[in-house]
Design a protein around this ligand. Sequence first.
Ligand SMILES: O=C(O)CCC(=O)C(=O)O
Ligand SMILES: [Fe+2]
Length: 316
Amino acid sequence: MSIESQKPEEVSFPLWVDQPDALGRVEARLAGGDISQVDAQHLRQFIEQGFVIIPGAISPEHVDLINRDIDTMHNTPERYLVKYQGKQFGHPASADLPDKCRILDMYVPSEASLAAILADPITHFLSLVYGQPPLAFQTLTFLRGSEQSMHKDISYVVVDKPLTLTASWIALEDVKPGSGELMYYPGSHRDKVFLFKDKHIAWNPNRDGKVTHVEYLDFIKRAALLRGVNEAYFLPKKGDALIWHANLAHGGAPITDSASSRRSLVTHYCAYEGAPNYASVSPARFFKRPFGQGYYSSKRYDLAETAHPERPWLMG
Ligand SMILES: O=C(O)CCC(=O)C(=O)O
Ligand SMILES: [Fe+2]
């Protein structure tokens, strides 16, 4: 599919922040006293650039509690899930986890993680974007840089309304250059959405194959090149957060300092009334629990009211 060939009606942007009058609405709400100066500044950045940086979203002391949970989770391995090399899942067997592993949905067993992904600065901003509270439905905890190519999460993370997806990236330590820092193309949320087989927003490996995936990655780079935009790098302090738009291209920079860690917590959200894909696959297991000013659900953990408080965690 060429960059020029997409018909606009093929992709729906339901959120107000993606409508042509979005900046005007921010100014009107600010003038009406409905939002603060900081809210307006955050919304403008999100509307124009496709991301917002919230410095100090989580306090360093709070981040220490999350790190402590990571460092001690092998003591209660049945509570935590870790993904290695693409598809395998397991419980953390030792304190030394493989570099490329990701801890899954850590907000269920770790209350410190839950309090971070639904911390007020994050839920407040997302509530402005959604016009209702956010639903956090998936996290990946990284110990090191992912070195992932520039991509858009809508291609992999499926929700009922794809362009309502958002994600937060919370720094669990100060990020140093060379550690595989998060990178992104500012403004790429306004680039065309790649459609697999000319109609699907999400990549299906069986249907679309790997060659098409390479074309997709190339499409994203060419779109940025066409606009003359280079990669921006996120070098946050511990506790800073970056929230990205569904259609913002991002990835992990190459790791040039192999000794450096890069702990981070990535969370995907949709609106409270929205639904991640797994809700339609197993509706009987889709539960939304309130926390702070938001909600959470999980595909991998049993969040039914009847789940046993000591071992509610693993399903099936
Ligand atoms: O943190 C990174 O290196 C990229 C993570 C990412 O793209 C994601 O989790 O969606
Ligand atoms: Fe991503």
